[in-house]
Structure formats: structure tokens, C-alpha cells
Write a protein that binds this ligand. Structure first.
Ligand code: ADP
Length: 587
């Protein structure tokens, strides 16, 4: 209550109104004060004059012959509350309208009477011995029957006071009306004076509440400067806020553009999570921002690692995995502000599954390649020693056999090295963007393999009936196409006992399809998914016998992918195999 009163007293509007009312009240008070005293004086003065003029009229009437003093006195005050007295020069009362003259004392000593008998107009106000009430007396000199007399008119002071009171009441009623009007004007003036301030206050409050769109109300006078300042403050705040929002959006875009999951923890609670967090792990139902580490749904191994880092509040970089989906993660944790009481930790989680797999593939490849190289190298060494011994023993023919076998092993070695070099080239250099004439490439490949096919008792041929009369070019490097066709034909010949190998060429608007089919041993279904892996062999002995390196189909796959195409294999054991190469058509 007290507080709200104090609040009210501080109000700008109430102060203006109070000030105004105070001024008006002081002025009105001063006016009333200045009026109160003189009013009574004026009424008395007027009444005196009034009584004097009645007395004079009475004096004139008294001079008329034939009238008695009592008659004149009675006629003079008939119908009024006045009292008339006629006093002779010696002070004897000749007539009185309120009392029998005989009962009245000598009036010569009455001040007004003595003044009238002295020829002046006399006044007095006193308690009347006759009526017992306070009276105002006015006496004038008059002539009655040739003698000087005093004609006195009296009026009860109460009547005069009543007159003054009526005048005062009217004055106070006017004052009250004036004050009410002043209050109303004060209310209006204070309202209109405080309205701009109130409007500015509301605008400032709206700004404080975050509303920077509503314009600051236009104001005139002294407050115009304040309104301008408020307006420019609002503009500045808007600009700053815009910059901040833009900065925040940029930061968010950068965060969301990252491949890695980025999580900002405050204590155990997630404060920020980027888009990758939801891609990598399922976002908690209520959103990341309201999740705690334990309920965020991260794989258990990750949760444990992060919980440890949060508890220690120290830098951390460690690999974690595999999770139930066989993924591996690298977790990097960084305390943002170690001095803070509720420490914030930045946790970055990278999915390193692919990198780890690649590392594993590389390690396997190096092991396999070393093993493949070691076999012919060891064989050559052994054969060389045997050939040397045979030559020393003079067994030239045996030495020559060993030398022949050495040449075969060296050939195998060369094959392997050539395939490895091709593989390296296909893997590490970008496609040069050249094109290949499929017909010419096919003719070359068939020519190169015709002899070995003939030796194996097989026929090899091309079937380009589907593209007769058409140019058949592919967007692939000629050397790549040659590698692919060479390996596919070599396989078809190597894994076929009898029958034939056919290369069918078809084309549509965008793709040229080269399908190499044989009538060979075929591949069991369980191996089909892996024959494109490097060094993967279905029948290792047969592959080696036929000079296979285990890299043929891997090379074909690389050729297809390097030129933006694809390859697939279909096979039925005992019936044959078809490897189909799709390459982008060039025009
Ligand atoms: P390789 O040099 O041993 O032939 P590839 O990568 O060319 O190696 O082939 C992988 C394996 O796939 C081969 O070892 C072989 O067992 C099988 N294979 C490839 N082509 C054929 C085919 N046309 N018929 C049957 N089996 C095949």
C-alpha cells in the first residue's frame, strides 16, 4: 500500500497534476482570503449607507407638517426588520418603533445620536439596551416642528451578518466550482503533458522486452530529442542483433556443414548439436538440446568414453569401436573454458569406419602382393640353383629344362608386376577424358588371344550384330579398355574346357555394353560377390596354372569405375560365365 502510494507520488503525471492543483489552490486561497475580510466590510458599509438613506428619507418625511413623530417612525420601517427612533435635542426619545418612548432612557449620550444632534451622520454598532440584540445604528439630523431632532434607524447586526454570509457562500460556491474546474483542467493538462513520456516509456519497455519492430512514437517539444535518441538506440540494437543473428546463422551453417558430429556439453547436458550428430546417431525424441549424455542414445562405448572425458575435464583424443553397427569413431574432447564452474566441453565425433577399412584393405593388399611376389621369386632362385648344379654336372638338358621353368616364373612375375602397375595407375591417376573405338579395341584383344584360344581348342569371336553400321565409342582411355578386354578374354579362355568365348557389343543412347560370355566351369554363387576383390581366387591352383594373378577382375572393375561405368558378373557352375561391362557412350 505504502509502496504503491510512493510509486504514485513518483509518477510524472501525478506530479504535474499536483503542482498545478497546488498553484490553483494557493491562488484560490489567496483570492478567498483577500475577499473574506473586505466582503464583510463592504456589506457593513453598504448597509450603513442603506440605513443612512432610509434615515434621510425619514428626516424629509418628518419635516412635512401634520405628521407625528411615531407615525413617521412607523411608516418609515413598516414591513421591514428595521427599527426607527426619533430623539429630541435634549435626548428625550420622541418615538420608537420597538419600545414605548416613556420607558426609554435619555438617548443624548448615544454616540450616533449625539453626532446627529451635532449635525453629522452618526454610526454605531452595539448591544441595544432596548432590544437586547446587537444592532447597527445610523442617525441623521432632522427637523421636527422647527426643532433639531435626531432620526435614528437601527438594524440587527445578525441580518447584516446574514447578508455577508450569503455573499461569502456564493463566493465559496464559486471557489469550489473553480477548484473542480481546476482539478479537471489539471487532470487533462497532466495527461496531455505526461502522455508523450508514457508513450516513450512504453516504447522503451517494448524494446527491453525484445520488440524492436514497433516504431518509437514521434514527439514534439523537449521530448523530441529523447524520442530521436530512443529511435536511434532501437536502430542500433536492431542492427547489432541482426549482425549477431547473422553470425549465429553462419556459425550454425558451418557447424551443420561439418561431416563430423559436434556436441557441446555443459556438465552432462547437451547444449548444442550439429546436423551430423543426427545423421550419425538417432536424435533424441525431445531434441539434443534437452538431452543429457546418458539419455542421448549414443552407442554405449562412446557414452562411456565421453563421460570419462567430461568427468576429467581434460583434452582427449581416442578411437572407439566397433559399435553394434560395426562403426569405429574417433572422439576428440576439448574443455572450452577450464576456469568455468560449469565447464563446457566440445566433443567432436568422427566416423573413421571407412578409413579403418581402407587401412585394413591396404594392409591386406601389401601382405597379398608380397606373398604373390615371393612365390615366383623363390621359385626362380631355386630353379637358378638347380640349373647351375645341373650345368656343373654337365647335365645340359636338365639345366635347359630348369632354365625354361625359370622363364615361365619370370613371365608370371612380369605379369604380376604389370597388373600391379596397371592397378596403381588406375587407382592413383584421374581419367584423362579420352575415348576408345570399341570395335578396334575388341579386334586387337581378339587378335592377341586367338593363339592361346586355339591352343586350348576354343573359338573366340565378337558379336556386334546389334550395332551394325553404328560408331561405337566409349569415354574411356584406350589403354584401360585394352586392360579390361584383355583380362576378360584371358579369364574366359582360362576357365573354359571346351566351347567358345563370345564378346557381344550392344549400345543405347548413353551406354555401350560389352558382355564377355564363355561356356566354362562357372563360378559357385557364394564366390560371385567377391571375385572383384584383389587377389581373390575361386580356384587358386587353376588360376596360377593358367598364369592368373588374381588381379584381373579387380582391374576390370577399376577400369569401369574410372570411366564412370560399371561391371557385373553372372555365372552358372558347369554352364559358363558372363561378365558385363557398361561404359559411357561417347559421340
Ligand atoms: P585370375 O587372375 O585368377 O583370373 P581374376 O581376378 O581375373 O583373377 O578372377 C578372380 C577369380 O574369379 C579367378 O581366380 C577365377 O576363379 C574366377 N573367374 C574369373 N573369371 C572367370 C570365368 N570366366 N569363369 C570362371 N571363373 C572365373
Amino acid at each position: 500500500m505504502m509502496e504503491s502510494l510512493r510509486e504514485l507520488a513518483r509518477s510524472y503525471r501525478v506530479r504535474i497534476a499536483l503542482g498545478y492543483v497546488l498553484i490553483v489552490t494557493i491562488l484560490a486561497g489567496a483570492w478567498a482570503w483577500s475577499l473574506y475580510g473586505p466582503l464583510t466590510g463592504t456589506v457593513i458599509e453598504q448597509q450603513r449607507a442603506h440605513l443612512a438613506s432610509i434615515a434621510r428619507a425619514g428626516a424629509l418625511a418628518l419635516e412635512r407638517p401634520g405628521l407625528t413623530a411615531p407615525t413617521t417612525a412607523n411608516d418609515l420601517v413598516r414591513g421591514t426588520r428595521l427599527r426607527a427612533t426619533i430623539v429630541a435635542t435634549d435626548g428625550t426619545v420622541l418615538a420608537d418603533t420597538a419600545e414605548m418612548p416613556a420607558r426609554m432612557a435619555n438617548h443624548a449620550g448615544r454616540p450616533e445620536v449625539s453626532a446627529a444632534l451635532a449635525g453629522r451622520v452618526g454610526f454605531d454598532t452595539r448591544l441595544s439596551a432596548t432590544t437586547g440584540t446587537e444592532q447597527m445604528y445610523v442617525a441623521v439630523p432632522a427637523r421636527f416642528e422647527g426643532r433639531l431632532v435626531a432620526l435614528r434607524v437601527a438594524e440587527p447586526v445578525a441580518v447584516i451578518a446574514e447578508l455577508a454570509a450569503t455573499a461569502r457562500r456564493t463566493g465559496f460556491a464559486l471557489l469550489a466550482v473553480t477548484l473542480i474546474a481546476a482539478f479537471a483542467v489539471a487532470a487533462r493538462v497532466s495527461r496531455s503533458a505526461s502522455q508523450p513520456v508514457v508513450r516513450l516509456k512504453r516504447a522503451a519497455e517494448a524494446m527491453a522486452a525484445g520488440d524492436l519492430r514497433t516504431p518509437v512514437p514521434a514527439t514534439t517539444g523537449e521530448l523530441a530529442g529523447l524520442a530521436d535518441a530512443l529511435g536511434s538506440l532501437r536502430d542500433q540494437m536492431r542492427a547489432r542483433l541482426g549482425e549477431l543473428e547473422q553470425g549465429r546463422d553462419t556459425l550454425r551453417a558451418v557447424l551443420d556443414g561439418l561431416e563430423d558430429a559436434v556436441l557441446l556439453f555443459e556438465g552432462e547436458s547437451v547444449r548444442v548439436a550439429n546436423a551430423a550428430s543426427s545423421r550419425m546417431f538417432r536424435a533424441p525424441a525431445a531434441g539434443w538440446e534437452s538431452a543429457r549424455l546418458a539419455g542421448a542414445g549414443l552407442p554405449a562405448s562412446l557414452t562411456a568414453t565421453i563421460a570419462g572425458a567430461l568427468a576429467r575435464r581434460s583434452d582427449l583424443m581416442t578411437d572407439v569401436g566397433p559399435d553394434p553397427e560395426n562403426r569405429f569413431f574417433r572422439v576428440t574432447a576439448l574443455p572450452l573454458d577450464p576456469a568455468d564452474r560449469s565447464p563446457r566441453m566440445l566433443v567432436v565425433i568422427s566416423d573413421v569406419t571407412a578409413t579403418r577399412r581402407l587401412d585394413q584393405v591396404r594392409r591386406d593388399f601389401v601382405a597379398n602382393a608380397s606373398h604373390e611376389l615371393k612365390t615366383p621369386t623363390a621359385a626362380i632362385q631355386l630353379l637358378a640353383e638347380s640349373a647351375t648344379t645341373a650345368a656343373e654336372d654337365g647335365e645340359t638338358e636338365i639345366a635347359l629344362v630348369f632354365a625354361g621353368q625359370m622363364r615361365d616364373e619370370a613371365d608370371r612375375l612380369r605379369h604380376l608386376v604389370v597388373d600391379l602397375l596397371d592397378l596403381s595407375r588406375l587407382e592413383s591417376t584421374p581419367a584423362p577424358g579420352t575415348i576408345t573405338d570399341v570395335r578396334a579395341a575388341l579386334a586387337n584383344a581378339l587378335a592377341a588371344h586367338r593363339a592361346s584360344a586355339g591352343l586350348a581348342g576354343l573359338s573366340i569371336r565378337a558379336d556386334d550384330s546389334a550395332v551394325v553400321g553404328l560408331d561405337v565409342y566409349v569415354s574411356a582411355e584406350p589403354a584401360d579398355t585394352a586392360v579390361a578386354l584383355d583380362n576378360l578374354l584371358a579369364n574366359a579362355i582360362a576357365y573354359t574346357e571346351e566351347g567358345e568365348a563370345v564378346v557381344r557389343v550392344t549400345a543405347d543412347e548413353t551406354t555401350v555394353t560389352i558382355a564377355v560370355s564363355d561356356t566354362g566351369v562357372g563360378i559357385p554363387a557364394e564366390h560371385l560377390g567377391r571375385v572383384f576383390e584383389r587377389f581373390y581366387r575361386v580356384d587358386g591352383a587353376r588360376s596360377r596354372m593358367s598364369g592368373g594373378t588374381g588381379l584381373g577382375l579387380a582391374l576390370v572393375k577399376h577400369v569401369a569405375e574410372r570411366s564412370g561405368g560399371s561391371v557385373e558378373i553372372a555365372s552358372t557352375v558347369g554352364e559358363g560365365t558372363t561378365v558385363t561391362l557398361h561404359l559411357p557412350r561417347a559421340r
